[in-house]
Design a protein around this ligand. Sequence first.
Ligand SMILES: Cc1ncc(COP(=O)(O)O)c(C=O)c1O
Length: 283
Amino acid sequence: LISFIRTTPLRLLEKCSKHFGCEVYGKLEIYNPTGSHKDRESEEILRYAERKNIWRLGIASTGNAAISLAAYTYINALKCYIFLPKTIAAERLAQIRAFNPTINFSDTYDEAIAQCNENAERVGFLNCNPGVRVEKIIGDSKIGTEIAKQDWTHVVVPTNNGTLLVGIWKGLRKADARTRMVAAVAKQTKLAEGIAGFHRNEEPALSKAVKDSKGAVVEVLDREISKAAQLLASDGLIVEGAAAAAIAALERLKHKSKVCCLITGSGLKFPSCVRELLSTQPT
Ligand SMILES: Cc1ncc(COP(=O)(O)O)c(C=O)c1O
């Protein structure tokens, strides 16, 4: 297995800290090989595939997970099947196509998930859909382990299916952390494609993690996501909308003193999204 994962930076975000009146750290998952935390999941899945001698893998995704799995299978000479909603942005599709997987389009994300589930058995590939593979949670749990050395009041996670949040909670818990897990969600969004809809395919583990940690689910709006992206830019980070949602959620949190926000996706991959996010200058 060709492996690239290294510990990602945990950076104090000075402008964000000043704005929210507490210590705000960013766990910079944008430094992973394809620019998102999905590489943690792909790498663990490939380790499993290697152990089991599996050479065909498939996933339904709105972009980052597909880009990551396609890249990892490509460099390891494995076969990849990608199931996409046909609404996927052209610049995301181009990055998936670069790694030459077999692509199947559906009308919606939910249909893409169903198509992948159906085809996994018929075609005979390893189904890597959210909620299916424990390896993804194991991959993400390493983020929890990496941030567990410090005492956080909150860890804020941009959330769609909940795999990332559940994984981080698993890694944190092992280290006996007392931290509220906050899911930043965006049900109606045009700017945060990666978390659009809040699909919760990782239930019941997602609700359990939020409840056990005395955390919360916080919904954010596009204008708040845009403002958060501008704030992150003032700290030198160009992110995609889903990542900015974690910072946007801070506005709603009480009793925060030291928070860790998951900066999950790089804006450098999605310039048209960034153009919209940063359409006004930071104040
Ligand atoms: C950039 C980004 N952040 C966060 C998430 C949410 O991850 P999860 O589906 O594990 O909740 C995604 C999912 O695609 C994503 O692309």
